[in-house]
Write a protein that binds this ligand. Structure first.
Ligand code: BES
Ligand code: ZN
Length: 472
């Protein structure tokens, strides 16, 4: 069956203010998954979403897990012959810290003017509440116009994406049949620029660890002991400094063993995108790029593995001075992985790297925080073609195929546990300040995102039946 998306797109336009209202309501709930103090708010957020979906005629609820709830919704009224689409988004957000750098409250969504028109500023605006609302609002508009959806829709909204997704895999294992589908549409990535939509086909993986270097049995007077024993903070800083060589390569043993070099063809395709490096640097408030020698900025983000320190602490950090040598020093160290690196091997390599440098009499305490491999999704699937057509119709230009430096663990889990591929269509911009103070989402991106999902639905409706190809 083929559908003219126009009536739905018109409805999306007419109802846009109400969509923005609902996005703001969602943004007011501080669903910070990593902080147990916000567990009740996180649950309230899940309930709010389930209630919205029930109001749209879905069978929906917030399901208990060992951690935060998983929102699951179904509307399978399209029936047997129609494709089955599973939509994914996450309703949890990163902590808003540092609070003093926000111009308005992180959970008081504020609409402000910017160079692209109005934008909404709040924690989660782009990552991922504004984005998950693009498909929800598109589905809402479709139902308002046609009464029924043209495809079978299931939705899962995760509440732990920003904190390592500990409950995700067990949940997928337990609900394998219920969540069976032909493809998963993930809305948690970015556009090429505000005029050019993108489909993401490569994600990096992640290995994240907490490390502590324990030295003296207790904190020491820095005059009585300083210079005569190893200072754990100095030692940790030196060891961290050794993680990269002078050409920017990571010195963890075996780190590059399984890394696939960028092919000449890939290089060419990326070069043809016309990446604006100055604008990219400007979005970070910087002027010069940095990284592994011999690679462009896009290659460094999309196709090269990294090792970065995400936090470091130890010793006296309050007001004033305290002449002390701390008994230990800690850091959070993470590696972004590319295909075909093995997360466990990288973790083992990092542990070895640290152990090889342990000062005499010192010891390491190392805790892994979850590991996920890099992902590639097929570029020749009929679902990708449907997305390409839908996006092309809304933006009047073809979407580009891109990689991303970020990680979305669900894509690998769905492939491994449920057995089908994902399609990553998102509407964020480089300067949206994801995970940072004053995170924002352009209302133009929100609007085009809703329109795009409506247009993609029309394309999916016209596809030959998906059948049961995904059941295992
Ligand atoms: N939405 C991001 C992933 C992303 C980042 C997409 C950059 C496009 C560009 C996602 O919510 C995220 O931040 N994921 C975490 C995953 C981690 C906690 C396992 C990440 O990449 O750090
Ligand atoms: Zn996200």
């Amino acid at each position: 069956m083929s559908f003219d998306p126009k009536p739905v797109l018109d409805h999306v336009d007419a109802a846009f203010d109400a969509s923005v209202e609902r996005v703001c309501e969602l943004l007011r709930i501080p669903s910070i998954s990593t902080n147990p103090q916000y567990a009740d708010e996180t649950r309230r957020c899940a309930e709010w979403l389930a209630e919205q979906l029930r109001g749209m005629g879905f069978e929906a609820d917030a399901r208990q897990t060992a951690g935060h709830p998983m929102v699951v919704a179904h509307d399978h009224s399209a029936g047997g012959g129609a494709p089955r689409i599973l939509y994914y988004g996450h309703y949890d957000v990163q902590p808003p810290d540092p609070l003093e750098l926000w111009e308005t409250g992180p959970f008081e969504p504020t609409i402000v003017d910017g160079p692209h028109g109005k934008r909404v500023v709040a924690r989660g605006a782009v990552d991922d509440k504004g984005q998950l609302m693009t498909f929800i609002e598109a589905i809402r508009a479709w139902k308002a116009v046609h009464g029924e959806l043209p495809v079978n829709v299931s939705i899962i909204l995760e509440g732990e994406e920003e904190s390592g997704s500990p409950s995700l895999d067990p949940f997928l294992e337990q609900h394998r049949d219920e969540l069976a589908a032909d493809v998963c549409i993930v809305c948690d990535t970015g556009m090429w620029d505000i005029q050019t939509p993108a489909i993401t086909t490569m994600l990096r993986g992640l290995v994240y660890t907490d490390i502590t270097l324990h030295g003296p049995s207790h904190d020491l007077h820095s005059g009585a002991y300083g210079g005569a024993i190893v200072n754990p903070i100095n030692a940790l800083a030196r060891i961290i400094g050794e993680l990269h060589d002078a050409t920017g390569r990571v010195r963890i043993p075996g780190f590059y063993d399984d890394v696939m070099e960028v092919t000449g063809e890939q290089r060419e395709q990326w070069r043809s995108l016309g990446f604006d490096e100055q604008q990219f640097l400007q979005s970070a408030g910087l002027t010069s790029p940095h990284g592994e020698h011999g690679y462009s900025t896009l290659e460094r983000i999309w196709a090269r593995p990294t090792c970065d320190v995400n936090g470091i602490w130890g010793g006296y950090i309050d007001e004033g001075a305290k002449t002390v040598i701390a008994s230990r020093a800690s850091a959070k160290v993470s590696c972004r992985l590319v295909a075909d690196q093995n997360p466990q091997a990288v973790y083992d390599g990092l542990v070895r790297f640290l152990h090889d440098r342990t000062p005499p009499g010192f010891k390491w305490e190392i805790h892994p925080h979850g590991m996920s491999p890099a992902i590639r999704v097929p570029t020749d699937s009929p679902y990708l073609e449907a997305a390409r057509q839908g996006l092309g119709a809304v933006f009047d230009r073809d979407p580009v195929l891109v990689g991303t430096g970020g990680s979305i663990p669900v894509v690998g889990s769905i492939k491994r546990i449920l057995g089908f591929d994902s399609l990553l269509v998102g509407f964020g911009l480089d300067d949206d300040r994801m995970h940072s103070p004053n995170e924002k989402f352009e209302l133009r991106c929100l609007h085009n995102g809703i329109r795009s999902h409506a247009a993609i639905l029309a394309q999916l409706a016209a596809m030959p039946t998906g059948g049961s190809s995904s059941s295992r």
